[in-house]
Design a binder for this molecule. Structure first.
Ligand SMILES: [Cu+2]
Length: 396
């Protein structure tokens, strides 16, 4: 087996053993926050905290631990008004695509309100909070709700800080499974293309190689975590994978294709859903979530890209790549779709421990950590996208 592929596969099994000996305290870990009392001005902390309290009491009521009267606390939750509708990238108008990409780049010019001790750019703040203690919300039960809230923070920030008013896009890559990187989303158009990988091999930091993204709207984009470098991708990882390794090329694509989607949506329990979504305990499948990360090498590949650097495995730079958010909006759409099935909306459970998928301790009252990007919130608050403060739904 080619070394790069065995790295891939061992990362896909990250939950079962690869991180078993990892301590949460990273050698390069920054202090949790330098924010003191600084708040994110466009988040309504009081309303979010009230909604959190209401979501938790509603969970207790559903479980018979609180009377209906006491659960009337729910009334304190503000309503949503009109729900925003998220749409597939291809269905956005050219003007909307242009405006979404311009707003994304605008984040590089805005302050991060003290979130990250490493950079003061809002763009980098997303990578920072995703890196920070990432073992807590990957390949665990909190993976779907944590990333849902995270993508929502991106959506709100694009609106409030950079004036984006169009629909938040997701990339339905199950449409592109036979040749993902031929997808129109990777257009080299300088206004509406996410770009391919570049033409010049680029060593970003000791051991982390790829190609500088030098085409499309994000050409020559500089990102700063874990240290300053150009946005890097490498699509040849998938294209050059021999058909005999880890399954055929179509099989590799199938992990992000319609059949895999069907399997994911067919999961009965929440924990089964997360396991199929994330390829946990299924070495022959990366799952709908991991496949796009792992088909690529470079920033988007997360900790895998940093495998030969001092940052491995403590940093996950995946949100450096703007593809992260359209990819994860799709993962969230799949979660949403699964929840639309009868009796599934409030199902939750499974393991909170990345090293032990057999642990069964996850609860809706668990806290999702956001490292100072707004308040930490209970899982219950992230379970229904049509509730305050998420207030969105999908055209899916
Ligand atoms: Cu993640």
């Amino acid at each position: 087996m080619a070394p790069i592929f065995s790295t891939l596969l061992s990362l896909s099994l990250v939950s079962s053993f690869a991180l078993a000996a990892v301590s949460p305290a990273a050698p390069n870990a920054a202090p949790l926050a330098r924010r003191d009392d600084e708040k994110i001005p466009f988040l309504d902390y009081t309303a979010i905290e009230e909604a959190a309290e209401a979501a938790v009491s509603e969970d207790l009521r559903r479980r018979g631990l609180l009377s209906d009267d006491d659960a009337a606390l729910k009334k304190r939750t503000p309503g949503c008004g009109t729900l925003r509708v998220r749409k597939e990238w291809r269905t956005l108008t050219k003007a909307q695509k242009k405006s979404y990409i311009a707003a994304t780049k605008c984040l590089q010019t805005k302050s991060d309100f003290g979130i990250s001790p490493i950079s003061n750019k809002m763009y980098d703040a997303f990578t920072y909070i995703h890196e920070n203690n990432w073992f807590a919300f990957h390949a665990t039960a909190s993976f779907p709700p944590w990333h849902r809230w995270f993508v929502w923070l991106r959506e709100v920030t694009l609106q409030e800080v950079c004036g984006y008013s169009g629909p938040f896009p997701y990339w339905n890559y199950t449409m592109d499974w036979q040749d993902p990187f031929a997808s129109p989303i990777f257009s080299t158009d300088s206004e509406v293309g996410f770009g391919t990988h570049g033409t010049v091999p680029y060593q970003a930091m000791t051991g982390a190689t790829g190609f500088k993204v030098d085409n499309g709207a994000f050409a020559n984009l500089k990102v700063n975590l874990p240290e300053p470098h150009y946005l890097t991708r490498n699509f040849t990882l998938w294209k050059d994978t021999p058909t005999s390794v880890g399954g055929s090329k179509p099989a590799f694509g199938q992990w992000m294709g319609p059949e895999q989607l069907k399997k994911t949506l067919a999961a009965n329990s929440f924990w089964d859903f997360e396991k199929v979504l994330d390829g946990i305990g299924a070495p022959q499948s990366l799952g709908i979530h991991n496949a796009p990360h792992f088909n690529n090498n470079g920033d988007w590949y997360g900790p895998g890209w940093l495998a030969n650097t001092p940052y491995f495995p403590f940093a996950s730079t995946a949100p450096n790549d703007p593809m992260f958010f359209v990819h994860h909006a799709y993962v969230d759409a799949v979660f949403w779709k699964w929840q639309q099935q009868s009796g599934k909306q409030w199902l939750y459970g499974g393991s909170t421990n990345i090293s032990d998928p057999t642990q069964n301790d996850a609860k809706l009252t668990d806290t999702l950590p956001f490292s100072g990007f707004g308040p930490d919130v209970p899982v219950a608050l992230a379970m229904k996208t049509e509730n305050f403060p998420l207030c969105y739904t999908y055209n899916f």
